[in-house]
Design a protein around this ligand. Structure first.
Ligand SMILES: [Zn+2]
Length: 96
């Protein structure tokens, strides 16, 4: 029986490593790098993994309307409440 030669098995590396793993690997490499350096002034402390900010989610039923009296101060209201709106500045009622 002949053994196949010259063809190493393909490495099964995870193609979708989580960002945290990448960050930890970076921390490890940086720490190794700084430990190996002769400089006493530089130190490296691994930080926490970055937390991705939550995506801005705005409800679709909000509308921005400007009051007729003070239109530089628009208000944001649900679409269902367009009948009775009050100016933020003077409080006068208006409708769109
Ligand atoms: Zn007003």
């Amino acid at each position: 029986m002949a053994h196949p030669t010259g063809t190493p098995a393909p490495t099964q590396r995870n193609m979708q490593e989580p960002e945290r793993v990448v960050h930890q690997t970076l921390n490890y490499e940086l720490g190794k790098m700084f430990r190996g350096s002769r400089s006493k002034d530089i130190s490296f402390k691994p930080g926490p993994a970055p937390i991705a900010p939550a995506p801005m989610v705005e409800p679709d039923d909000m509308v921005i309307v400007a009051s007729p009296c003070h239109e530089y101060e628009p208000i944001k209201v649900p679409e269902a409440h367009l009948a009775h709106l009050y100016c933020l500045i003077c409080g006068s009622e208006f409708a769109v």
